[in-house]
Design a binder for this molecule. Structure first.
Ligand SMILES: [Zn+2]
Length: 493
């Protein structure tokens, strides 16, 4: 007879991506999406306004650009400061807006100068669209299209139009004059027809970075409290990913837990376009503070560390599979469900649907891959000198995986099944230290590699201002921190 320990444990550690399966959270995600949909046309209107206004001289054009900044500046709207300067005579514009007439050379754009006559029109890319279809819809010449695509690297991006993107065209007398295409968040491709052929130019715009911080006290759930404090799902998931190795966000969170976080926001023309990364955080879980700072190596790689340079990650994932329940725990005396004899169960069984991916819990080498009696199709990984892990009852191995292969933590190695002696689809997982079976749910997992000795000096210098800022905001929050320099759970275990 099978005795199921029927508790459901939602596991955030192995999965960075957040798939809401809670109806409320799914609803929230839907609402955010709708908000974005509602905001897009408004933004487009704001951005298109200067282009659609009839302008003749480059000077007045530049003034209208300033006005556009005012339109999208919410505080200016609140204060009733938006002044429609488009219809004022030029000298009055400068008086009203308090702007100095700009230096001419600042605003002369060799490309735009040749195309000020024709109005711009916006084309929204639809599903399955490509530039050839758009050209034909606009009655533009296919020969011009060929010439544009022959310009080389710059115009290659036009082969990968995405639905909902907006391309702006200047067409005069059914003749292509120019186009502007937002190739990425920070680059715009300009293509212009000149007297001696076509020219393409990619303009890059730096995003403005603003540093933000937040203090959040958790009422009921991390997600709800985070959302209430104005944090996006994305930022909350970044926090979960940083701390997911130390804190089980489904089981460990208590009312009154709190966190402070310093993070970046990126802005384009005054509009927020992206958030993150988190630069530093302190999470106080059941009165134990966990601090994490982001450190960037010279080669550009970044990771999160404690104040003393210990990695926030562990060398092993706690669980190798997204499971529905633990069907049988680690026990030295268990009646085997099929053999009906008392036998030690030296692993953990994770009930999951057949075909669910099984992940390597740590970096390692495949030392065994094949059928192994009652274990059925099994994979054994060796991780350094001390550790090995066993994955059994698989329906199949990851295609192409061979004994001797190196695998990375989180890499899929096979799929849940019920080969060998199994009463239903589940993963049997063993964690061995020096050949001895240990309870994977309880064993103290070794830390991933921390900051290398030779890098420590640089590390300390880089994180100093972040820690100072963190001290500052946690002090300001009025929250009592038991021991702000405790270094992760290892110090209290
Ligand atoms: Zn088992």
């Amino acid at each position: 007879m099978v005795t199921y320990r029927a508790y459901i444990k939602k596991d955030y550690k192995a999965e960075i991506r957040w798939e809401p399966d809670h109806p409320f959270l799914a609803g929230l995600a839907r609402i955010s999406f709708m908000t974005v949909l509602l905001v897009i046309p408004w933004l487009l209107l704001g951005m298109k306004a200067p282009e659609l206004t009839p302008t003749s001289s480059p000077v007045s054009k530049s003034v209208i650009t300033s006005q556009q900044d005012r339109i999208i500046e919410p505080s200016a709207i609140d204060n009733g400061l938006v002044i429609d300067t488009a219809y004022l005579p030029e000298n009055e514009i400068f008086e009203t807006t308090g702007l100095e007439p700009p230096e001419l050379e600042e605003i002369i754009d060799p490309i735009n100068d040749q195309v000020t006559e024709a109005a711009w029109q916006s084309v929204v890319v639809s599903k399955g669209d490509n530039l050839a279809r758009i050209f034909s819809r606009l009655n533009l010449s296919a020969r011009d299209l060929d010439a544009i695509m022959a310009l080389g690297e710059d115009t290659l991006v036009l082969k990968h139009l995405q639905p909902e993107q907006v391309i702006q065209f200047q067409i005069d007398d059914n003749q292509f004059k120019s186009l502007k295409y937002p190739a990425s968040l920070v680059t715009t491709l300009h293509v212009v027809k000149t007297d001696d052929g076509f020219r393409a130019e990619t303009l890059t715009e730096e995003l403005e970075i603003r540093i933000k911080h937040v203090n959040v006290i958790i009422d009921d759930s991390l997600f709800l409290s985070g959302v209430e404090a104005g944090l996006s799902d994305n930022l909350i998931m970044q926090l979960v990913a940083i701390y997911g190795w130390d804190i089980d966000f489904a089981l460990d969170i208590r009312s009154g837990d709190h966190f402070s976080m310093i993070y970046e926001e990126r802005y384009k023309n005054g509009n927020k376009v992206s958030e993150g990364p988190v630069l530093a955080a302190e999470f106080v879980n059941q009165n134990i503070p966990y601090r994490a700072v982001r450190y960037t190596y010279e080669d550009g790689q970044s990771d999160y560390y404690s104040e003393t340079g210990r990695s926030m990650r562990k060398a092993f994932l706690r669980t190798p599979v997204n499971f529905t329940r633990i069907s049988s725990g680690f026990s030295l005396k268990r009646k085997h469900p099929i053999l009906n004899k008392v036998r030690a169960h030296r692993g953990v069984d994770y009930a999951a649907l057949s075909g669910t991916p099984v992940k390597a819990t740590g970096d390692g080498i495949v030392t065994y891959l094949g059928r192994n009696g009652g274990l059925g199709k099994a994979v054994i990984l060796k991780h350094g000198g001390q550790y090995s892990t066993v994955y059994a009852h698989l329906s199949n191995y990851k295609q192409g995986l061979r004994s001797g292969n190196r695998v990375k933590q989180g890499q899929i190695i096979g799929y849940v099944g019920m080969t060998g002696l199994a009463s239903g689809p589940h993963l049997h997982y063993e964690f061995r230290v020096n050949g001895v079976h240990r309870n994977p749910l309880k064993v103290e997992l070794p830390q991933a590699t921390g900051i290398p000795e030779e890098e420590m000096k640089h590390f300390t210098t880089q994180i100093e201002p972040l820690l100072a800022e963190l001290d500052n905001i946690t002090a300001k929050s009025g929250l009592i921190t038991v021991n702000s320099h405790s270094d992760l759970r290892s110090s209290v275990l």
